[in-house]
Design a protein around this ligand. Structure first.
Ligand code: HPA
Ligand code: MG
Length: 177
């Protein structure tokens, strides 16, 4: 994928992501154990692909839920977040792991944690494929992070630019040509 306006450079290959996903899953398996049910709440659309790969490495009884929020236009944050789908109603009394594609400003996860505070989940943790600490504007911290990256805009493996490029099997840096 290359055109006049953008350069892409692979940041994490398909294999890098696969190996890292396995390691995170092992840590989650260790932390939660194999007996209790874990609700994996995948934040659409960005965490669709990561979430699908992550759950296949989990060993406890797992329930998959999804939530759709909309928070970004292009490469800049608009500051607005909308819940496009209602929160799952079945979280009370369960361990819930929110799966995100990226903690950038932290606005999305901050918003979701606030919304889910009313859910009566026994525990609420966050697993994010990517973390951009230099971009944080909200005091949030993911419990599990795949890769820590710089402020650059990235695409692929679920992450989009205006809805496109989520299908790339790798994660790439996007820079103006
Ligand atoms: N890429 C794609 N989507 C995003 C990013 C990014 O770097 N940050 C927040 N949403
Ligand atoms: Mg996006």
């Amino acid at each position: 994928m290359n055109n006049n306006l953008m350069n892409v450079g692979v940041l994490f290959s398909e294999l890098d992501i696969k190996e890292r996903t396995k390691i995170i899953a092992q840590q989650i398996n260790k932390d939660y154990g194999t007996n209790e049910t874990l609700v994996v709440l995948i934040v659409l659309h960005g965490a669709l692909i990561f979430g699908a790969d992550l759950v296949r490495n989990l060993e406890m009884p797992t329930e998959i839920e999804t939530i759709r929020i909309k928070s970004y236009e292009g490469t800049a944050s608009t500051g607005k977040i909308n819940l496009v789908t209602p929160l799952p109603t079945s979280l009370a009394g369960k361990h819930v792991l929110i799966v995100e594609d990226i903690v950038d400003t932290g606005r999305s996860i901050h918003f979701l944690l606030n919304e889910l505070a009313k859910s009566e989940a026994i525990s609420l943790k966050v697993c994010s494929l990517l973390d951009k600490p230099e971009a944080h504007e909200f005091p949030v911290k993911a419990d599990y992070v795949g890769f820590t990256i710089s402020k650059n805009f990235v695409i692929g493996y679920g992450l989009d630019l205006n809805g496109k490029y989520r299908n790339l099997p790798y994660i790439a840096n996007l820079t103006k040509a």
